[in-house]
Structure formats: C-alpha cells, structure tokens
Design a protein around this ligand. Structure first.
Ligand SMILES: [Cu+2]
Length: 125
C-alpha cells in the first residue's frame, strides 16, 4: 500500500517534470547557407532556432578563414537583427562575401537566460 502510494507520487512527479520545460534554451535548427555548404552570392546569413531569442543578447560574427598570406578576418559592415517571428538571426552584408571559407560564430539567449554559443561553417566560391 505504502509502496504504491510512493510509486504514484513518483509517477506524478515524473509527469510534472516531463511537462515542465516551458523554458528551454534555444537550439539551432537550420542555417542559410547550410553548415558545410558551398554557396555563392551570399549577402545574407540566416540562423534559425527553435525558440524566441532575446535580441539584445543574441548576435553573430562572420569570420573569413585564414588563407595563405592572410590571417583569419572578422567581416565588417555586417548588420545583425532578430528576424520576424523572433526565432532567427539575420545577418546582412553590405556586399556579397568574397570566395573563401567562413565561420559564423553565434551566441543566443532565449527565455531560460542561458547563453548558448555555436559555429556554422560554409564555403563561398
Ligand atoms: Cu538553457
């Protein structure tokens, strides 16, 4: 009798925990260009997450990879905003990215206040 009450309590607790994640940290779902892709004429980079982002605490840098005779270089003139719907970061460049390899280093904060970071790499030809 006691055991089944305890089991019932644990079952209820498990249900509550299972239902709890109203707050969760944001996960990257997709990007344009996609990770590992080779693209051309890239003037916009979009990262799409599964959760609404806090705009003041979310952003990204686009870094052109090192090439013979040239160190890695953070691209300037990049405007970053949270896209309509609140779940994406949209970076707009003044001109299309030159040929090279790129890392997009991103950081986002969503409703659980956790700062999540990651990297998306792609190539421009
Ligand atoms: Cu979190």
């Amino acid at each position: 009798m006691k055991f089944s009450k305890a089991a019932a309590a644990i079952g209820t607790l498990a249900l509550l925990i299972g239902a709890a994640p109203a707050f969760s940290h944001a996960k990257l779902i997709s990007s344009t260009p996609a990770a590992g892709a080779t693209a051309s004429g890239v003037k916009t980079v979009t990262l799409t997450f599964d959760d609404a982002l806090m705009a003041p605490l979310s952003g990204l840098d686009i870094v052109m990879g090192a090439m013979p005779g040239m160190a890695a270089m953070k691209m300037t003139g990049v405007k970053v905003k949270v896209g309509s719907g609140g779940k994406s970061l949209v970076a707009t460049l003044a001109k299309p990215l030159p040929a090279g390899s790129y890392d997009v280093n991103w950081h986002v904060v969503s409703d659980d206040n956790h700062r999540i970071t990651g990297k998306v790499s792609f190539t421009v030809k």
